[in-house]
Structure formats: C-alpha cells, structure tokens
Ligand binder design. Sequence first.
Ligand SMILES: [Zn+2]
Length: 294
Amino acid sequence: MIMDINDYLISDKLKTELTRVIAAGRLPHAIIIDNADESERMRLAVFLAAASLCENQGEKPCGLCRHCRKIMSGIHPDVNVFERESGKKEFSVKIVRGSITPAVYVKPNEADGRVCILKETQFMNSSAQNAFLKILEEPPNGVRFILLCDHALNMLETIRSRSTVYSMISSDSSDEEKTKEASDLAQKLAMSLMSHTEYDFMAATGVLEKDRELISLTVCELQKIFRNAVFIKNSKTDSSFSEAERMLAEKVSLSNLLRMIKNTDEFNSLLNKNANLNLLITRICSVLRQSVRG
Ligand SMILES: [Zn+2]
C-alpha cells in the first residue's frame, strides 16, 4: 500500500478503530488529532483526508487515485489547511471568520466532499474557538474537520464534545515516560486531595514546579481520573479502576466531581496564558481542595 495505516504513530487499538470506521464510511465529521508533534499529526490528517475523498472502490485511501495523489502533494482544491497567521502568537477569530467560514460553504470542486484541516489549534484563543464552534454546531453537508492540537484538553469542552479525539503515540520516547510520570503524579495528587493534611498534596506538587509540560500532562491525567470517578458513580461498577478513582467516587459528590473536571479545563487554559507556574500550582491545589469539600 502506498498509504499504509502502519506508517503512523498510533496504537494498535486506534489502527483497528480507524480501519473499521474508514471501511464502513463512518469517519467522524469532526476529529481532533492530538499528542504527537505537529508534523506527525499532519501526516495522519493527510491520511484521513485521503480516506475521506479517495474514489477507490476497495480499500481507502488507495494512494493512487487522482484525489489521493493530489492530497498527498498538498494541491487538492477540496482539502483546505488553516493555521495561525505567520508571526502571530494566536490562531485568531479573523482566520475563522475570514477564511474557514467562507471556505466551508463552497461546494467541492472535484471530490464528493471537503476536508478542512486546522493546524496547531492549541493556539486558538477563546473567541476563535467560539466562532469555530458555531460552524461545528451546524456543519455544512459533506465537510469534515480535522483539528491538530498538542492536547485535546486545550480545546473548549464544547468543541471536544462535538468531536472524536484520536490520540497518537508521541514520537519522542521521553514523552512517553513523561506521560507515565504525569499519570503516576496525578494518581498521587488525587489521593492526597482526600487526605486531611495539606502536606501530601504540596509534596506531590514539588516535582511539578519547573516543568510546564509535566503540569499540563498531569492536569490532563487528573481530569481522566475525575471522569472515571464520575463513571464509577453513575455505573456502579468499579472494576479495573485505580484506588484514587474508586475513593473519589465513594467520597466526593457528583456535583463536586463535575466541578473538579471543570477546574481542570480552566487550569489548562491558564497554563497556555503563561501564568506563573508556582502561583498556578498553588491555585490548582487550593481550588481542587475546595471543590472536593464542595
Ligand atoms: Zn484513492
């Protein structure tokens, strides 16, 4: 195969999932690709764009038809790539209103649909995200959106809930170690939230103080823990969950857990705004502690 799913940094589980949805013609209309570096995310986006527009009757993307070839060369008129203006820090609302909105309502030229790829969406400020949300809420027929982002949590909850997140495997193995480290830390932090002394929590956060990426990953992992606790509470099953998740489900009310999930969203947007790390960690600790108690 010229375009082979095995060439991408994704888990076997995601490979199976993508192969299944592509074969069934059920690729989601809004996709967030996260976790890997931007060039790896873009490679997968090109693959998915080709899978969307490929005219081969058999396996897609074939890599050989006119659509696949143009997409691979980056010259397909129905695949549009949007990114922040060069030299600009933010992916502004101007790009959304001035470029994306007009593009999505244009009928495709050559293919049966249109694919819009948005690069580095972690730089979309909230007005850009809200303007984009308007498009997602009433998506034009036949348009597929692929958002490339460092961590999906950097997108508004309202955008995430309307999208399917495909997390890649980070291309840098030290990143994998970091994710593991963040996951362990998040478990400790979650446990310490339920302890009576402030000490544990502060000790657990000591390692975080100088590492913005680790904080961001840890906040993502914390949110997963809180979400799992909500799941346990709602489903009344707790097998295969961690001790912290089970304890949170047992000891913290549903509304408090939901507030903690919201807290973690806010922390991630604060992190992007270059807030002072020490202050931010102190704030995370105290806000979460308050939320636990309700
Ligand atoms: Zn093709």
